[in-house]
Ligand binder design. Structure first.
Ligand code: KG4
Ligand code: ZN
Length: 407
């Protein structure tokens, strides 16, 4: 007897050996093409259900946006239009698989920049029609949260911290389409403040940092600086919840940089002599805020028995999770709390097509969110994440013991 899994759902059929060759069973492995255009990266990948990346391609618009001092949505849209065909063709060609053979096409439809999401969606819907494939609309942040399962055998539930250019989210992942929202940023995101402070420090004029993202350049310079140069206690310490706020911190550094520039007589966007100290202090402040809110999330989950009683996992993902200092601080926390820290490698933390294809595979396997008629699918620039239980977290009023490693 041979069991064949349906490409589109969890059903399986048992067929007799006479009716089907072994080769046709092997070719029935689920394979998904994933397409990502929610922000400033055009990404595509072909991934199979064993988590093997058969082909991938990525074109980043970072260097263009670094010159304009931030993402201009119409420019991002045009660049996606210019690049999407190349990226998808490259991913498909390098996979050695024809589009006729893929099981489905998965594409980010929320959240993100409207003009950017629109390019990926309309391109994908054309492919879906042309090749007559099922479509899987993907939530970008859910894809970041589940990327880790492509790399590790990790069962639900686990705690996840998502830190990117658009979001800061603490959540319990209970299933592929089942998240509890413990807290989120009330204003700016960590990636956004890294980018703004890097720009304010004119790091695009620093010889070593000119082609790095804001976050990368702060991390690079921070290695040479003193994190005690500027002291700032973590934001929102008086609120016993898991929400975040980064705007006040960013304002504080803005004002300080202005003062330091005056003192040094800085003109023409030159770089401060103490830029490395400012970068190290700022990175430490962001890390400190992240670790304190995550500490409360862990204590809340322990109290409410929301995670496995032994060796529960904290997953950290999103572009800012590439930051080694932030990882180190969070690893200290998980070591203290007898948990494991799991982070995808940096190239899978920042935006990419692989995470979208993998989320498509996850959905295809359980038959959730697979659309046979994609005509009514729209993109959603703003989208909720999971079931919001942040009020329950606040009501639990959990006090935080001091963290020795943050002193
Ligand atoms: O997840 P992502 O690629 O795009 C969004 O979904 O937003 O995250 C991009 C953000 C940018 O703000 C970038 O500065 C930040 O991730 N980032 C970093 C690092 N690498 C990228 N932030 C801190 N340290 C890094 N090494
Ligand atoms: Zn992202």
């Amino acid at each position: 007897m041979i069991r064949i899994l349906c490409n589109f759902c969890t059903n399986s059929w048992i067929l007799s050996k006479r009716k089907v060759s072994v080769h046709s069973v092997v070719s029935y492995q689920r394979i998904v093409l994933g397409i990502e255009t929610s922000c400033d990266d055009s990404g595509a990948a072909v991934v199979d259900e064993n988590g093997k990346i058969r082909g991938e391609a990525l074109i980043s618009q970072k260097n263009v946006h670094l010159k304009t001092g931030g993402i201009i949505p119409s420019v991002a849209q045009q660049l996606h239009k210019d690049n999407i065909d190349r990226v998808v063709n490259e991913a498909v060609l390098s996979s050695g698989i024809s589009l006729h053979e893929v099981s489905a096409i998965a594409t980010t439809v929320k959240p993100g920049l409207a003009l950017s999401l629109g390019v990926g969606l309309s391109y994908s819907l054309n492919l879906v029609k042309r090749y007559n494939k099922p479509f899987i609309p993907i939530h970008h942040m859910e894809a970041h949260a589940l990327t880790i399962r492509l790399l590790h055998q990790l069962d639900f539930p686990f705690l996840v911290l998502l830190i990117s250019g658009g979001h800061c989210i603490l959540s319990v992942a209970n299933g592929i389409s089942d998240f509890l929202l413990l807290g989120q940023s009330l204003d700016e995101s960590p990636g956004e403040v890294f980018d703004k402070v890097a720009r304010r420090l004119s790091l695009f004029n620093h010889p070593e940092c000119s082609s790095m993202s804001g976050g990368q350049s702060i991390e690079y310079l921070a290695q040479f600086g003193d994190k005690r140069f500027i002291k700032h206690s973590p934001p929102m310490a008086q609120y016993q919840d898991c929400n975040f706020s980064f705007a006040g911190l960013r304002n504080h550094y803005d004002r300080l940089i202005q003062k330091l520039e005056k003192k040094e007589g800085i003109k023409n966007q030159a770089v401060l002599s103490c830029a490395a100290d400012v970068a190290a202090s700022f990175q430490h402040s962001v890390a400190h805020h992240l670790v304190k809110r995550t500490q409360r999330a862990i204590l809340f989950c322990n109290k409410e028995r929301r995670l496995p009683s032994s060796k529960a996992s904290l997953v950290v993902s999103g572009g800012v999770a590439s930051n080694e200092y932030i990882r180190k601080v969070l690893r200290n926390l998980t070591d203290d709390m007898d948990m494991s820290l799991l982070c995808p490698p940096p190239q899978l933390c920042t935006d990419n097509g692989v995470m979208i294809a993998w989320n498509g595979i996850e959905r295809l396997r359980i038959g959730v969110g697979v659309v046979e008629n994609a005509d009514d699918i729209r993109y959603e620039p703003r989208a909720l994440f999971g079931t919001d239980i942040s009020e329950q977290v606040r009501e639990a009023s959990i006090k935080l013991p001091p963290l020795k490693f943050m002193k």
